[in-house]
Write a protein of this length. Sequence first.
Lengths: 304, 143
Amino acid sequence: MSLRDRLRAGSFAVTAEISPPRGASTEPVTATAALLRDWVDAVNVTDNQGSNVRLASWAGSLAALHAGLEPVMQMTCRDRNRIALQSDLLGASALGIRNILVMTGDHPKFGDHPEAKPVFDLDSVQLLWTLRHMRDQGTVLTGRALKPPPDCFLGAVENPAAPPAEFRAERLGKKVAAGAQFVQTQFVFDVAAFAQWMAQVRDLGLHEQCYILPGVGAVRSRNALDYMRDKVPGVYVPDDVYRRLRAVPADQTAAEGARLAAETIQQLSAIEGVAGVHLLVAGNEQAVPGILDSAGVRAEDHGR
Amino acid sequence: MGTRLAYWLQRALRPRFGVRWLSARVEASGLVRPVFTAAEQVTKETLFGCRMCGQCALPVTGYVCPMGCPKELRNGPCGGVGADGGCEVYPERRCVWVEAFERAASQGRAADLRLLHLPIDHRRWGESSWLNYWQGRDEGLWT
């Protein structure tokens, strides 16, 4: 069952994130897809994440598709203008890649080419609007007909924890109005804060117009914990979570991180309007079966 | 400039007949137009951090220029805003959208930030957005 059909059927969906290799081979994507395909409904393939050059998102998505795992192709506004972005949607759709996740993208400053020109010709809301327009109106932005128009299931991202907190649910509302059909969020470590945001989302009725999949990460090591707390833009690790993961011996951080992830999944799935979870585990994909198993999300309900 | 004064000027300078007539004269003059545009640039750069994109969003962004965002986002903040409201790219600066939200909300205009801003026309950088506005060429910038 496709991700779109699964969400429409009201079944709890699980997606995970993988990052394509820095190299001219799709082999690592194929291997990861083989590991994950019995456990998740779809896999996000990142678009040069962190502004570091990697195998193209469309190529990684195609490899996942061939390996029997439905891809969610990530598309950022950082590297391509509106001509290239529209062209990429046509290419993806033609190759059978249906799920597109639109995001602004990290600034080049944070990656391996900090001297690069940041494009940001469109922002994420404008890109969603553009892609929906191509699908529903059957034309490019300026009106020329597409034969045939693309088919796509459009996703957005949101960071419920980032300031201005009063505006974050409204911002999702803008993305839904522009065309978002599902949303995957940034890491949720603070479930109470996420629940507050969800209350605002429900007040706006957005949980009935788009499927909401909060992001859950599994901390692997103390270094990763510190890096995530201090270096990753938009990720907030509350003090109690930090203390809990520091309280165990260093060689057990990964196990405790996986336990925390499983508990978080259980807590999130109990919140009204949550349609599934998105596992932010790029580089740590082998932890996925364990986390889902302890969260009580069984393999036979997911994958193919 | 105080937010309240900015909104007052917005009402006072809306495109009524007199303003429209005058702006058409300014636009028609090869001498006055560049002077007027330069004056607009100095004024708006100083007051709002304007970048002269030529299609002004200030009236619906709490009078904070969204083009001052390193990603030039016109539909609200990215997900990388720091816990203290700092910019992801330049943490020592405040996020322009955090500022925009505060300024708009202070005047009861937070609902402005829900508007969808359409992609801008990059051919219009450097043009006078005041003239574009008074001449009605700015309609359809947001819905």
